[in-house]
Ligand binder design. Structure first.
Ligand code: ZN
Length: 101
């Protein structure tokens, strides 16, 4: 068993799980309902997780997840001046220093 993907958004996790299943990779979902029963846990501990059953599938799983690009597309924004892609945590372009908005 190996953890291959986790995200605070349950739908993203379900999406990854379904796609890996479509590729014939055996996966299990962990902590799917943890967030509703979360009590004193740190938020990251309540994120649902996708685990693969066979460790041999790890390489191909990572390749598939990377090709999905899910995380990157939602987390990046494009600078309107120089068209550079910026991480969502930046408030201004790392390249030309233009404001995000
Ligand atoms: Zn820029």
């Amino acid at each position: 068993m190996k953890l291959v993907y986790t995200h605070e958004n349950r739908l993203m996790v379900l999406n990854v799980k379904n796609i890996l299943s479509d590729y014939g990779i055996k996966v299990v979902l962990n902590k799917e309902y943890a967030s509703s029963a979360a009590g004193g846990l740190a938020p990251i501990d309540t994120w649902p997780e996708v685990w693969i059953v066979n460790n041999d599938d790890f390489g191909s799983s990572m390749k598939i997840i990377k090709s999905l690009d899910v995380e990157i597309k939602t987390a990046m924004w494009q600078c309107r001046k120089c068209l550079e892609m910026n991480d969502t945590t930046f408030d201004y372009c790392w390249n030309c220093k233009r404001d995000k908005f």
